[in-house]
Design a binder for this molecule. Sequence first.
Ligand code: 13P
Ligand code: SF4
Length: 303
Amino acid sequence: MSETLIDEIKQLQKEKNAVILAHNYQLPEIQDIADFTGDSLELARKAKEVEAAQMIVFCGVRFMAETAKILNPGKKVLLPAPDAGCPLADMAKVEDVVEMKKKYLGAFVVSYVNTSAQVKAVSDVCCTSSNAPAVVRNVPSDTVIFLPDKNLGYFVQKQVPEKKLIVWDGYCFVHRQFTFADLKKARELYPDSEILVHPECNPEIQENADFVLSTSGMLKRAKVSQAKTIIIGTEEGLLHKLKKENPEKQFFSLGPARICVNMKKTTLEKLKNCLENEDNEIILEDEIMKKARNALERMIEYV
Ligand code: 13P
Ligand code: SF4
């Protein structure tokens, strides 16, 4: 059944000249069929480079597909699971960001890519988990409004103490679930392991891990690490690629596997239907796209 489905998707992909991009948290079968997998920054970059393709099918959550559309406005961008949102992105509303800007006149607004296109449009620059400290360090302002993730804000403030960060009160409910007890237990069970965590984890998890990295940062670290056991404090979807790329090492989730339900909404069936019907297209107002593109393009300038 799945084999037929995979063949059908491949056939449709060829007929429609579509490129399939998938985030590192997607289901294993989606990662395997994708042309490219990566973290938010890599996928945003890839979306800009796919000149020859007729359309981009984005296997991820809405803000990621919107980013692909904003960077590539002439291309059709489809989101196979149209209800795949990001609760963290929903924690920053445009009106509240505008209010904050009025309160801190002159402060630079740095928005994590996990925001809506509308919020990006009222931001000065975007960042991702892999370049946030560099972006904040290089913005031409001593005060920065950083949104929407407070744990990433904590991580950035530590790396860039010379800037004053006004940090939004948002969080990722998936990464917030990792506990200090999980970490303590992992150290006891696997004393020679290396613990890699995402900057969306709580401060005490960041403080007691070996490295704080984006999902692709974890993939890179796993390749060069001397440790035979690696434990990850991020969404469990990353384990698929980690295991595939490093068969000689063992990988575990920190505590029970943490799942982002939105990332798991994309299935092979939905991918096939989306390719077939060319529906669930990302449509954004030109003016919003233009402003949001400025913030995204500045991000590339500042790193
Ligand atoms: P990365 O950019 O590190 O892949 O993170 C995206 C994300 O949504 C983390 O929860
Ligand atoms: Fe959003 Fe968290 Fe899911 Fe990432 S893991 S997409 S931040 S809800």
